[in-house]
Design a protein around this ligand. Sequence first.
Ligand code: NCD
Length: 327
Amino acid sequence: MKYYPAVAGFFLKKMNKFNFKGRDIIDINDFSKEELLFILKMAKKFDPEYVKSDRSNYTIAQGKIAGLLFFEQSTRTEQSFRSAAQKIGMGIIGFNDPQSTSIHKGESFPDTIRIMDSYADCLIIRHPKGGAAKDAAEVAAIPVINAGDGPNQHPTQTILDLYTIQKVAGKLEGITVALMGDLKYGRTVHALSIALSHFNVKQIFISHPSLAMPQEYLNILKTRNRKYEVWEKLSMDLEGVDFLYQTRVQKERFANLNEYKKIKDLFILDKSFKKYLDRGVKLMHPLPRVNEIDPELDAHPNAIYFQQARNGLYIREALLALVLGRL
Ligand code: NCD
């Protein structure tokens, strides 16, 4: 075939720039700023606030199967992936109780992955062990999406968090985001901090010293020359804070439950937090919450955690369509 450099260049550029087909979504570090912004743009195609009719989305991935492997409990992540997959025409197989599978008989993790790999077109995995999604991706030929691996990462949550911030603030540059609660074991805050570090965002880390943000994440901010502060308590003055991202103390990750009990109630937002919401601070939370946000705050327009959870649907529709090469 005759070589047409201009045409080839165009296709190469198009493909190289954002080629998500067949790609694993394991670690937020694997995505450039431009790729993250591209995913956010794609998610708008599925968001009724931007698109009046989403009928054309129903057949995007018809004939494809999502394999869900939930080795750890979930409500939002699992159900929104199920919903997202079906909204773009996919079928679903999988489990959320490993004891109901042959794992109960002693089947190994790689064997389970291999089997699911041959029945599905992409795998969505949540596991209590950090690194499990990467291990699965090494065995599987089809794309693997990390739906949370132990205290490590939760990249799809991060993308929906970014989407929510961008939608509410209208931008991702020049804002201040405070992350609070369990910054040691909370995988959502780890990946969010990395993603925000691509942007001119000041980050404030608020936690008990024993649940502080691990140094490796602070180092990323230093390397990228981003401003950050570490607070040991919630200052009475949240001046300049645009978003406060509250998190649950991750009880299931504590080796010693007495340690958990000592610190579990130190960062609770009660009704008195309303005055900050009135001043314009937007309150986020990946959910589930235990007692760290008083439900009396829910009705406030700046309490945006339920809207945040809903946005998970749109970014998961976009991600599934992208890794299947259908967007
Ligand atoms: C988070 C998780 O599983 O890491 N939840 C979620 O996916 N929305 C947060 C948590 O469990 O505290």
